[in-house]
Design a protein. Structure first.
Length: 294
């Protein structure tokens, strides 16, 4: 496994000791239970050095940093911080930013324009609050398509069918479904599987196989394997990619357990397809070999 190059397309670096950008993590609300468990277990600094220690022995050639800010506007400060890190160290290779979905369109457009000035910026995700039926959503998707930006889609089994319908009108937009469609509980398998198939009918939708630890509360390959295999059945090796979701999924196990499980799942494919799952799909979709502005 150590000899197989990896691009990890879903990593979070953060410094909650000094950055107050993550109230969902730093200020948990006891009245709002989290399916992740004890959020304080991940509310610690996690830097490139920490990630490299976790991945020692693996040939991780690049990562895509995904915004996890939950304070309005903090994603702009976060991207400026990442730009500084990249200038100093060349890490991360790219970043997925965000917008505040409760803002009006002119504010969202201004947020996108500001982020497009970063050489790291490759697209956005909206962690919470983006309604597929809202008028602003169509304008957002059109804007992303015009500027060749990736839409990292946060959806769950109950919302994937609605997103499948919305994306029917945005066939030229590159969409990456995050966290395998983010099932809420292990009992969701059948509903999740059916919804995943609906979204998989859209040829421009790709699947980031990640985050299953949040659902299953383990990185054990035997537990994750039916979910991973279903993603591979629906999307195939050329529209899927493996990712760690560290340090969040780190709460449930070690990197080697997660990626050795991915390697076992990929063993059914020939070498080119295995490389696609671990590296080349992510490198292509997030354009890691370019620094041009959008």
């Amino acid at each position: 496994m150590a000899e197989l190059p990896i691009v990890d397309p879903h990593v979070h670096h953060w410094l909650p000791s000094v950055q107050r950008w993550y109230p969902l993590m730093q200020e948990p609300d006891e009245a709002r239970p989290s399916t992740l468990g004890d959020l304080t277990r991940m509310a610690h600094d996690y830097t490139a050095a920490d990630y490299r220690a976790d991945t020692a022995g693996y040939d991780v050639t690049a990562i895509v940093h995904v915004s996890a800010t939950s304070r309005p506007g903090a994603h702009l400060d976060e991207l400026a911080w990442l730009d500084e890190l990249a200038r100093d160290s060349g890490w991360p290779a790219a970043a997925v930013g965000a917008v505040d979905p409760d803002s009006d369109w002119s504010s969202i457009e201004a947020q996108l324009d500001a982020q497009r000035r970063s050489p790291l910026f490759r697209g956005i995700r909206v962690l919470r609050g983006l309604d597929p039926a809202a008028p602003v959503t169509g304008r957002l998707l059109d804007h992303l398509r015009r500027h060749s930006l990736v839409f990292d889609l946060v959806a769950h089994p109950h919302s994937m069918p609605a997103w499948a319908e919305v994306l029917r009108d945005h066939e030229d937009l590159t969409v990456v479904l995050e966290h395998a469609g983010w099932p809420i509980a292990a009992t969701d398998f059948d509903d999740w599987s059916a919804a995943l198939a609906r979204l998989g009918e859209r040829p421009n939708v790709h699947c980031k196989i990640s985050g299953l630890g949040m659902t299953l509360h383990t990185l054990d390959a035997a537990v994750q394997r039916p979910w991973v295999q279903r993603c591979l059945d629906v999307f195939g090796p050329r529209r899927a990619m493996f990712a760690s979701n560290f340090p969040v999924d780190r709460m449930y196990g070690e990197f080697d357990r997660l990626y050795d499980g991915y390697l076992d799942a990929a063993a059914q494919f020939e070498a080119g397809d295995r490389a696609a799952l671990f590296e080349t799909n992510a490198r292509r979709l997030y354009r890691l070999d370019t620094t041009e502005e959008h």
